[in-house]
Design a protein around this ligand. Sequence first.
Ligand SMILES: C[S@@+](CC[C@H](N)C(=O)[O-])C[C@H]1O[C@@H](n2cnc3c(N)ncnc32)[C@H](O)[C@@H]1O
Length: 264
Amino acid sequence: MFQSIIDADARRNLGAHYTSEENILKLIKPLFLDSLWAEFENILSNKNRLLEFHVKQRSLTFFDPACGCCNFLVITYRELRLLELAVLRAGRASCQQGLDIQTLINVDVDQFYGIEIEDFPAQIAQVALWLTDHQMNMKVSEEFGAYFARIPLKATPHIVCGNALQLDWADVLPAEKCSFILGNPPFLGKSNQSAAQKVDMQLVCRDIKNAGLLDFVLAWYVKAARYMDLCRSGDNRGEGAAPTIKAVFVSTNSITQGEQVGVL
Ligand SMILES: C[S@@+](CC[C@H](N)C(=O)[O-])C[C@H]1O[C@@H](n2cnc3c(N)ncnc32)[C@H](O)[C@@H]1O
């Protein structure tokens, strides 16, 4: 809907393209989904470990700093809820009494964070996450034979309408609370960037020599790398330690070729 109502030039300039479910899954599976399923399958008959795993699912956060209508976050939320359903099914199998489903659904829309420059998709994004919540609640109701709804809505997705290259991402989500960064930020070669976009590039890449050669999407990489740098794991929290946040972006392969590589 959003794509079809905005002007084609504006759409090209903002990089406002819907990402297909197939492509989103290509990113989120290696990012976190495959390893969560593998972990779950290892512990499925251990009730205590299953409980811990369920708590961990609730603690994960997902941040898309160019979220559009939130298709990345919507698919991620749906997949996380499907995994939670599998956890509850396994819990039911190892439990003598029935489960009270009202108290057991943990995963919620407030684990999702996004930044979008356009007001309209930012609003759709919020509603899209609530609609997915409703669809998943209906699925839980069917499976457990007890009506489950979250009305009134208490949890809210954290979607900020603003310029991701000017905002401090830590104001949207403190780095120590972020688990994963994901998305499909706009890609625009150096000659297709507007004057305002060039200013944003300069702001983000001011300490990078020849930054004017870089594709617009690389500003998101630089911002993500700096944000990830705020949080490193282990005793050695210095340069050598691994960041605790993991990130994936859909991008044009031109950023791995030619003159941009050396600059970056
Ligand atoms: C490829 S789309 C994201 C699509 C989204 N992942 C989906 O599948 O629905 C890129 C988005 O980045 C937004 N955008 C462009 N420049 C931005 C900026 N400086 N800050 C935040 N968002 C921006 C565009 O409006 C567009 O919605």
